[in-house]
Design a protein around this ligand. Sequence first.
Ligand code: HXC
Length: 258
Amino acid sequence: MSEPLVLVQTHGRVAVLTLNRPKALNALSNEVVAELAQAIRGFEADPNISVIVLTGNEKAFAAGADIGAMSQWNFSDVYNADYLGGDWQYLRDVRKPLIAAVAGYALGGGCELAMLCDMIIAAENARFGQPEIKLGIIPGYGGTQRLPRAIGKAKAMDLVLTARMISAQEADQMGLVSRVVPTEQLMEKTMEVAQTIASMSLPSVMMAKESINRAYESGLSEGLMFERRNFHALFSTEDQKEGMAAFVEKRQPDFKHK
Ligand code: HXC
């Protein structure tokens, strides 16, 4: 049997998915994305999992979509198959928090995959970029949309039009990543963040994610109303009772994730 393209592990309430196509710098073929989506679907449905971490290896998170495969395609191939719909599209609909732990190259679709995650923890050796322009195409998986929202138009134009790669430090200064950590500590530091989030009440974590994402897709009044309704709804959960009782009783909460 051939090696899985995505390795799957769980640590308590955290699932870790490792892209496993090292010889091609984790190039994102449709097969890789199908395995990724299948694993995530399973963890979305699993009440024992709260947080999903995506990672690669020290050389590459992912160096983009598979150029070898794409080089054979014409318009009707990509249009008829709705390339970047389907499993690719599913990844943006995931409701549990996704954390990208990025070392090495995160280029093209790799950078876009990291950006669709809710947090990016970057190793000091991480390099981000959207080099599609050098291939005669443009980013197709959110790069022209998420980059300007994350780092502003001026920086997004610079990256997309020149194909320039940026370091983890520069990505941090631009606001593209949540934290930068020493390369050899990437997984340890990411797991600390993931375990912290996983210790919170899952409904409040999911509603916080949903509410922050709504900020991208609505005006302020609608976003504030969406947030307020989610805030109201959380008063129906067992965990709100537990969280507040624990504070009053000066103890740690024991959330049931309900
Ligand atoms: C297929 C890839 C690949 C890719 C690397 N490889 N990137 N294969 N698709 N995106 C393969 C190489 O062909 C090579 O295979 C092996 O991985 C190692 O790569 P090298 O180039 O030899 O490594 P290095 O010299 O260290 O250079 C690293 C690199 C370079 C700078 C990251 O590989 C590179 O520029 N890759 C392409 C990056 C890119 O353009 N990404 C955007 C793709 S378009 P062999 O068999 O020769 O050893 C895209 C569209 C997005 O992502 C649309 C939505 C997803």
